[in-house]
Design a protein around this ligand. Structure first.
Ligand SMILES: Cc1ncc(COP(=O)(O)O)c(C=O)c1O
Length: 451
């Protein structure tokens, strides 16, 4: 590569690179050139704590020696082999490891490359399963998802998504999805108390299942925390309730742990908090420690068996991605799981989660903080115009963005979800770094809500 000047890089970044979820007319380049631990370094050498884990995927910090070495060692063997009718030892070992780690019953792993594709795979497998199992139920060809759900940006995952701002535009392209209300504890329906909410939301889902279960292939949920909806925390017991209802009405359960998986909630998988084994488990983001794109959809024996037969029976799962199961990504995923063991990553979390809670307790009473939601190391702080009524700030005022921009001046890189300020640091974050992140975020919130 020739040595482009800083000006060239900024111009090309503004004019040639089309950034995700970014208004390019207003984009101001922020170019990271290096990183170490939980710190990102920009083109001017300025350092920022990575308060969003490089979009919710970094786990053990950047440039972890163990993870770096795993990629290098795999490079000396082979960078890529296809998973279409062939394999490699690293990917095979990762499948074995994931099956051992996942909630019981999920014995088979289909690899793809991103969270959205992990979800696409689960939806298509569920659809095909009902057609091919003994005693087929071909009429089961639609899905139930929650309002405000986010499962990725491909057409299938958008079809089960429900974030108005992201998804409404694409409505004409989408397949039909039935919608149950997300168990939102902050904006509950009138007359429903916090204590009644769990029962109320499960009753809504049950009413939908009772009416529609004959044509429903699966219910899809983000266990415990609907991340992109603004870190919407579900009440305890909701996931277990959903599992019971899906069993009662003979409908499959897809758990999308793309955001919540790999320790974010304090346990390896969010489903563990409620002793739930889904029929499909979707993983991505933290799977490789945040190093390389890789996703996995785990499925049960019962699903797997419905796809077995001779070639002539044409029951195979006709779906694949060129880089699915890529060995470089598998190598770093295996190393990431080793680091979980070696550094006792999960055992260190309770102290970090508690420290985060202490900071949040200080932020809760702020004049324009409507709600603070925490699940493990995932936090959403919702800024509102009126704390009494919960009236939101108009989207156009971009208060969340203003808070994060201000935090950046204090050496913290964060990215909001509308008016929700997100804190989602790598699991490797130290207590001292957590303090610095929370103080910068707090200062950012004050600055953004008193202007
Ligand atoms: C719950 C959930 N599912 C799926 C996705 C999509 O993942 P990806 O961006 O890797 O396609 C995301 C991304 O944020 C997510 O939060």
């Amino acid at each position: 590569m020739s040595n482009p000047t800083r000006e060239q890089l900024e111009r090309w970044d503004r004019e040639l690179v089309w950034h995700a979820f970014t208004q390019m007319q207003e984009y101001e380049p922020l170019i990271f050139t290096a990183a170490h631990g939980c710190t990102l370094v920009d083109i001017d050498g300025r350092e920022y704590l990575d308060a969003v884990s490089s979009l919710w995927c970094n786990v053990h910090g950047h440039r972890h020696p163990r993870l770096d070495a795993a990629v290098r060692e795999q490079l000396d063997r082979v960078a890529h082999t296809t998973s279409l009718g062939a394999s490699n030892p690293t990917t095979i070992c990762l499948a074995e490891r994931l099956v051992r780690l996942a909630p019981p019953g999920l014995g088979h792993v289909f690899f793809s490359d991103d969270g959205a594709t992990a979800v696409e795979v689960a939806l298509k497998m569920a659809f095909q399963y009902w057609r091919q199992r003994s005693g087929p139920r071909a009429e089961k060809n639609c899905f139930i998802a929650l309002s405000d759900a986010y499962h990725g940006d491909t057409i299938g995952s958008v079809s089960v998504g429900g974030v108005e701002r992201f998804h409404a535009m694409f409505e004409p392209l989408l397949f039909e999805t039935l919608r149950a209300p997300a168990p939102n504890m902050y904006r509950r329906p009138a007359g429903v108390s916090r204590e009644q909410a769990l029962e109320w939301y499960l009753a809504r889902l049950e009413a939908l299942l009772a009416a529609e279960h004959r044509r429903v292939a699966a219910v899809i949920v983000e266990p415990l925390m609907q991340a992109a909806a603004g870190m919407l925390a579900h009440p305890a017991g909701y996931l277990r309730g959903v599992r019971e209802l899906t069993r009662k009405y003979d409908v499959l359960l897809v758990a999308d742990e793309v955001a919540v998986g790999f320790g974010r909630t304090g346990r390896m998988f969010a489903c563990e908090h409620e002793g739930v084994s889904p029929d499909f488990l979707c993983l991505a983001k933290g799977l490789t420690g945040g190093y390389l794109p890789m996703a996995a959809t785990l499925a049960t024996d019962e699903i797997w068996r419905a796809f077995l037969g001779t070639a002539a029976e044409s029951k195979a799962f006709y779906h694949g991605h060129t880089y699915g199961g890529n060995p470089l990504a598998a190598a770093v995923a295996l190393a990431s799981l080793d680091v979980f063991d070696e550094e006792q990553t999960l055992a260190q979390l309770p102290a970090k989660i508690a420290r985060l809670s202490e900071h949040l307790a200080r932020i809760v009473p702020q004049a324009h903080v409507g709600d603070v939601r925490q699940c493990g190391l995932m936090v959403g702080i919702e800024l509102v115009q009126d704390r009494e009524t919960g009236e939101p700030y108009p989207w156009s005022q971009q208060r969340g963005l203003a808070a994060c921009r201000h935090a950046r001046e204090h050496g913290v890189f964060a990215r909001p979800l509308g008016n929700v300020v997100v804190v989602l640091p790598p699991l490797a974050i130290s207590l001292d770094e957590l303090d610095r992140i929370c103080l910068a975020i707090e200062a950012g919130i004050v600055a953004a809500t008193t202007r």
